[in-house]
Design a protein around this ligand. Sequence first.
Ligand code: NAG
Ligand code: NAG
Length: 499
Amino acid sequence: MEEQECYQHPFVHRVKLTTAQRIRGVILGSFLFPVRVTVAAILFLVAWPLARLRLAGLSEEERARPVTGWRHHLFQPIILALSRSVFFTLGFLWVKVKGRRADLKEAPVLVVAPHSGYLDMMVLCQTQLATVVSRSENSSLPVIGALLEFNQAVLVSRKDPESRKKAVTQLNERLTSNGYWPQMLVFPEGTTTNGQSLLKFKPGAFVAGVPVQPVLLRYPNKLDTVRWTYKGTTWVEALWHTTSQLYTNMTVEFLPVYSPSEEEKKDPNLYADNVQKLMAGALGLPATDYVMEGGVPVNKLGGLSLPVESPARSTLSLLYKSGLGATAVEEALDRMIDRCQSGAPGSKVGAEELSSILGLTQRETAVTVCKLYSKDETVDVGQFYLSVAALSGFLSFKSLLHKAFNLFDREGRGCLSAEELSGLMGALLGVPQYNTHPLYEEASHQDKLTEANLLRVLTTHPTYQRVVNEYLQPVEAGSHLPFTPLAGGRAMNNNRDVP
Ligand SMILES: *[C@@H]1O[C@H](CO)[C@@H](O)[C@H](O)[C@H]1NC(C)=O
Ligand SMILES: *[C@@H]1O[C@H](CO)[C@@H](O)[C@H](O)[C@H]1NC(C)=O
């Protein structure tokens, strides 16, 4: 049995091989990988024009409706057969199906979990190519783009909140179309994981309040090769390890259709949570509050988004590693707060300037720090100061909050708006906040949020107290690593511990 660390969060997976498995993989893989990938590529190339043909010559308007008639009857079976052949080629020789797939009238949407990687798409062959939800970025990929067009997929952009709203509307429309649109298939976790727990379900599939059929995916193999997550094994490695097995087991289990109660119909989040718990129970896995939000893995608590890999924690350990001692870090933070107070609110600095404020000798470290906070190699000085100071232990939470409050209370009114609170919490936690509304409600009085009230709620309210204790306080040395294996954590590989 391979050993596998049990990570604190579900966004990382690494294939672990024994020496014997590695040797076997190299021997089989050097033959199977090229042959399988070549055949799969040829099948894809055949599917490409055929997928485009299905909608060829249709107007924009006609494409916005489900394709029917000869186009459907001719191309559907061809693409289905080609898709199955691709997966067969890659080693999915057979797929075990448990339970019965509900038809469109019983459940307009199939909710599938856990989401492990792109090879999960195999489930589409068991569901007559049900319509999927995908990222709009994918529609410009060769072949995949054509297949998504063929599928008449609902497209959603990760970056654009408008497109998310549009996708939810579109999803809603399709799910309530009374059989006009074909059945949909949704991965409600919205991203892939190591399969050791279920992420919080996105409410999209549950907004329409129609019955759903939960579908469980399992890969009961000696080696867990199909996963491709945020960190760890790359997609090429996943493909290599999967194709270098003689075959790969997969089980698709259709659970009974779940019909929402009146309460769940009114509250898509409650509906989503209940289905998540039901599926987690059937898998024997914990149901968590982890989600991927704007490309950042976070844990949700009281509406707040808590980073699973704290940029501030990584920054602190980088600073110490680069040779700065505690005093030097404290002085650097003092220079930083001066810079915050003198500069315009929300001002950003690049690696050059950050390097000089911090007194770093290597620019590389500053570049790495910038990348932890943003994609554009700059860092918001206020956010840097507050998030790092919180974990540094150089000042009490009370004085930290006082500094934060003054930075965000730009006009010195003695209170913060809902938007300013969102900025403040984002700066303290080091990641953007999308829902500080519950905290604002809790801490404001007659629509006024004062420092005293904010401090009181953050230090006494059971939920927010936890946030402060676990995310805004120094951590003992040694746990500065981005992924800390749980104490005594041993593998619970979901592929094996499920009957
Ligand atoms: C879409 O692209 C993303 C990467 O941008 C990838 O993670 C995902 O698996 C792709 N989905 C499909 C359906 O190809
Ligand atoms: C596939 O599943 C069977 C049991 O159903 C098991 O004996 C076999 O070892 C599995 N194959 C792999 C490659 O893990």
